[in-house]
Design a protein around this ligand. Sequence first.
Ligand code: ADP
Ligand code: MG
Length: 512
Amino acid sequence: MMAVGHTASVALLGLTGSLVQVEADISSNLPGFTIIGLPDTALGEARDRVRAAATNSGCGFPTRKITVNLSPAALPKHGSGFDLAIAMAILAAEGTVSGQSVQRVVHLGELGLDGRLRPTTGILPAVLAAARAGAETVMVPTGNADEAALVPGIRVIGVPSVRDAAIWHGAEFDPVPVDPILAPQRAVAENDGERLDLADIVGNEDAIEAMLVAAAGGHHAFLLGPPGAGKTMLAARLPGLLPDLEPQEALEVSSLRSLAGLPVGSELSSRPPLESPHHTATAASLVGGGSGAIRPGAAARASHGVLFMDEAPEFSPVVLDALRQPLESGVITIHRANAVAYFPARFQLVLAANPCPCGQYGASDSECVCPPASRRRYLARLSGPLLDRIDIQLRVARVTAARLRLSDEAPRLSSADARTRVVQARAAARERLAATPWKLNSEVPGSWLREPSRRLSPATTASIDRALERGGLTMRGYDRVLRLGYTIADLDGASRPTADHIGRALYLRRSL
Ligand SMILES: Nc1ncnc2c1ncn2[C@@H]1O[C@H](COP(=O)(O)OP(=O)(O)O)[C@@H](O)[C@H]1O
Ligand SMILES: [Mg+2]
């Protein structure tokens, strides 16, 4: 009889999964059960879960000395997703199931005390990692089978219980039907941005153009205006203007949802996400964290989509500061005692703010009651380094009742038409930037745009050259206008910005 069983599972660190070898050894020493190889507390409890699950489901459990080793030992291992692998390695060592069969399959899933398998978070990135490591078959809880099946190139076996898993691997048990534990029936939140249409917005043409430009060039945007000006309405429609996700991006977006414990659905969504954290959010909820398994925060979940921070000055300075690393590098790094986790964080940021604490400053129809000092302090909470990264900075006004009535007849741009224009503009930018590391105008450094070989004619840049000389525009501001000018040219089908494009670009960032 074979006294050692081998199988594999996956350890996740951030979005990165690595195969973990799970070995079980049974010896005739005094009865006992140890797990070695840097397990955390939740994993330490696997002993009790696996023993109870195997016993209660009638699979039998050895009453000798069991040692389970998870390797490589240096790899941190979190959570309860190793239960099934541990159980199968033990049953293989015991000879209850086929050792060869167990060895060929990667096992993921947490066990309940009654022997049923519970859906676990992070199944999608874990199965992806298994497939990339060359595994041919993965066994998961029934409740995770749909999610696992989103990964191409790997066979998925969904089982409801440890007993069914054992039977699949050749155990001679009679099947005992059980009700599989399914993930809580939360509908996959419909992305609001897909139902909301740009054509709902009356007037506010500048702001609509700003959203179009933001989508086409990947520019971050800051909208400043009184309550009711439509800032939230505009931001919520930005994801609907973005192109469909590439397959790799879609897998990443759904993997981040899976890790966060959010429903993923049985089809891979190809639409960009929208995350709108509340201004009471903590830095951990924005960038990620948590004890045990590290969960991605809103900034990571907004990857390839939009991170909308409404009432931006109300966020704590610590939270606003935590945005700087992802804005600079597109990556979030979370340090732990024994490991560093990385999450992608390549999102488009939209900040919205009222002009002052009471919100009325500058509105034509009502008076601001804030003392001037508190008004100045309010926007100063948004630091220079943060605003420096935001190409579009626009003041939005409330539409008047007269305007609302007037624009009933005016044709309005629908989200679908806007998206078509965005896709064309992005293709044009990609072609122009083909020999560079960048794809979107927002990624291009100003110094590159100002190189002599591609410098625009003095007549084209006259307006911003003048503003620069007079001090109305900083060098960084100048570069932001150039980037926006290229995006506006791309939307217009022009190969280089004209003076008119630069003028409109200047407007999209000077209106504060
Ligand atoms: N330009 C507009 N066109 C149509 N409705 C608007 C417009 N601006 C504001 N609204 C209406 O006012 C409400 C408040 O807008 P909202 O986007 O929440 O403003 P803000 O975020 O600037 O306070 C919206 O739900 C919408 O019904
Ligand atoms: Mg709002």
